[in-house]
Design a protein around this ligand. Structure first.
Ligand SMILES: C[S@@+](CC[C@H](N)C(=O)[O-])C[C@H]1O[C@@H](n2cnc3c(N)ncnc32)[C@H](O)[C@@H]1O
Length: 167
């Protein structure tokens, strides 16, 4: 393929994503770094009615991926970030879950509680109320659970959003 053809293929002109709905959450201005199953509040994914058919059979899965557009992130992002809980550790934006990134897309795994019409009630989300929804996909145990996964640069002594709460 010629350089010109490659450039044309990568061109972003004409790309458009259309939200499929929005997030309903109790967080109006500040959301947690990570949603938890026992977070208190009403968390819902409200789909535009034209997408109801797309929910067929989804209830058979326990968990879903929620892909959202972090619309309040703004256009600027640092290429290296220091997460607020990381005690000054600096890492590349792609080695982080920072909401400020070149394409401010959020990825959250949540449990389905109930599906009613065009609404999916879920457990805790880390998304602000009104966040535009881009997609929903089933979390498939055999495809998605990686038994060899690790925690990368996130050391045990860092109190990260994924640290297990003390019992
Ligand atoms: C650290 S991100 C992680 C999101 C997701 N779990 C991920 O890994 O992509 C979660 C943070 O995104 C921010 N956030 C949530 N909804 C947002 C929105 N609509 N616009 C901008 N920032 C948002 C909140 O500050 C929240 O603490």
């Amino acid at each position: 393929m010629s350089q010109k053809a490659k450039k044309k293929q990568r061109s972003t002109s004409g790309w458009r994503l259309k939200p499929i709905g929005y997030v309903k959450s109790p967080y109006k201005e500040k959301a947690p770094h990570h949603g938890r199953e026992n977070d208190k509040g009403d968390f819902r994914l409200v789909l535009d009615p034209e997408y109801i058919g797309g929910l067929d059979q989804l209830k058979q899965f326990k968990y879903i991926y929620v892909i959202a557009y972090l619309h309040k992130s703004g256009k600027k992002y640092p290429i290296r970030v220091s997460p607020p809980w990381a005690r000054g550790k600096v890492v590349g934006v792609f080695a982080s879950r920072s909401p400020q990134r070149p394409n401010p897309i959020g990825l959250t795994i949540t449990r389905i509680k109930k599906i009613r019409g065009n609404e999916i009630c879920t457990t805790g989300l880390d998304l602000l109320d009104g966040t535009p929804l881009l997609d929903i996909k089933p979390y498939i145990k055999d495809a998605d659970v990686k038994s060899k996964a690790n925690n990368g640069w996130i050391r045990r002594n860092l109190k990260s959003p994924w640290s297990k709460p003390k019992k």
